[in-house]
Design a protein around this ligand. Structure first.
Ligand code: NDP
Ligand code: GDR
Length: 370
């Protein structure tokens, strides 16, 4: 699906089309195939942007979350989302695409984003999350220097994991104490972003986002792991769910709400850093109670603890203070905890029903997940 297109290929000989294209804002998103990338793309397309996404090469297509908004690039009148191969570990690709696309806004969402996995592949996590962000900032700095396009804005996907063991409520003034290679790498990316803002005057913002979930959440994050299991247990495709620490507490919001905060940060007159959170925290156990209870099940009948899912160092308690974002950006979450759980369970019950049809027809093993 990725193409080698550039902006000039989007223009036509039709004057009206060319005018509207030249006036259109252009966004570049890394991590477009991820949960947040898909919601942000929808938001920006709705606002009339042309959206370019960098995707990495994989042996299977990794574009499931954005397939529904993909239009063949040969359809120049309609295709406003374009995909290009690049990788945060490949500086030359980042530099080339920034120069070719000439974006007005860059959203750096790409990451090895799984905290537990970062203990298994720490070098790679640092390479993508920390040094990858530095590569992108450096490519942007070089682009601005050579093109004179000083208005380009940059968003860095920071994380509440940076606060780690510092007790809640956590705000922009709370000291970082990262508890994983992932979190330490996000701290580096945060400070690279601050430094490029101070050293070169680049419009660069850090969004310090607390956990945000959705039916598009990766299936090995705890909320989706739970709602997938609830759906499959309800439909009779599985009976047990193995989890780790149930006492960790998280400030869980809806991803669709959080991408709006990213966009708002880049619409301000001055660059700054913002915490984005619901200001409500719940334990994994509370999530279990709500999700299983919603479909009339008792989580205690199905959940077993597996030590494999405990982390060498845990983040016990996250609860954000997002008063700055609420005041300065006029942002607030629309979806609350209960609504989020129901939205995810509803979608995963439907997904399990579709799986059941395949299992019953002999096209899929019940143990197998698509
Ligand atoms: P996902 O894991 O769903 O998406 C990560 C994206 O990064 C995917 O598109 C992935 O591609 C891409 N990616 C991974 N490695 C590379 C690489 N080497 N080069 C280029 N692209 C790469 O994350 P989310 O959408 O949930 O999160 C978006 C960002 O926000 C991440 O940086 C995450 O760390 C951060 N964050 C997320 C929070 C959350 O609660 N969701 C909270 C705070 C911060 P592929 O599809 O091929 O795997
Ligand atoms: P987190 O999300 O580490 O907060 O990072 P995750 O859903 O992985 O874990 C949340 C909490 O649940 C506990 N837990 C389990 N976690 C997983 N994944 N699997 C289990 O079986 C399990 N059992 C219990 C964890 O120990 C933890 O305490 C997410 C990611 O999106 C990051 O990229 C992002 O930066 C932060 O949120 C904010």
């Amino acid at each position: 699906m990725a193409s080698g297109t550039d902006r000039s290929q989007s223009t036509t000989t039709n004057g009206v089309e060319e005018l509207s294209i030249s006036k259109r804002k252009v966004a570049l998103i890394t991590g477009i195939t991820g949960q947040d990338g898909s919601y942000l793309t929808e938001l920006l397309l709705d606002k009339g942007y042309e959206v370019h996404g960098l995707i990495r090469r994989s042996s299977n297509f990794n574009t499931q979350r954005i397939n529904h908004i993909y239009i063949d690039p040969h359809n120049v009148h309609k295709a406003r989302m374009k995909l290009h191969y690049a990788d945060l570990t490949d500086a030359s690709s980042l530099r080339r695409w920034i120069d070719t696309i000439s974006p007005d806004e860059i959203y750096n969402l790409a990451a090895q984003s799984h905290v537990a996995v970062s203990f298994e592949i720490p070098d790679y996590t640092a390479d993508v999350v920390a040094t990858g962000s530095l590569r992108l900032l450096e490519a942007l700095r070089s682009h601005i220097t050579t093109s004179g396009r000083t208005h380009v804005k940059y968003y860095q996907a920071g994380s509440s994991e940076m606060f780690g063991s510092t007790p809640p409520p956590q705000s922009e003034d709370t000291p970082f104490h990262p508890r994983s290679p992932y979190a330490a790498s996000k701290c580096a990316a945060h400070w690279y972003t601050v430094n490029y803002r101070e050293a070169y005057g680049i419009f660069a913002c850090n969004g310090i986002l607390f956990n945000h979930e959705s039916p598009r959440r990766g299936e090995n994050f705890v909320t989706r792991k739970i709602t997938r299991a609830v759906g499959r247990i309800k439909i009779g495709l599985q009976s047990k769910l193995f989890l780790g620490n149930l006492q960790a507490s998280r400030d869980w919001g809806f991803a669709g709400d959080y991408v709006e905060a990213m966009w708002l940060m880049l619409q301000q007159d001055k660059p700054d850093d913002y915490v984005v959170a619901t200001e409500e925290s719940h334990t994994v156990e509370e999530f279990l109670e709500k999700a299983f209870g919603y479909v009339g099940l008792n989580w205690k009948d199905h959940v077993e603890i597996d030590k494999r899912y405990f982390r060498p160092t845990e983040v016990d308690n996250l609860k954000g203070d997002s008063s700055k974002a609420r005041k300065a950006l006029g942002w607030k979450p629309k979806v609350g905890f209960e609504q989020l759980v129901k939205m995810m369970v509803d979608e995963d019950v439907e997904l399990a029903k579709r799986e059941k049809v395949l299992v019953d027809a002999g096209f899929m093993d019940a143990q197998q997940q698509p």
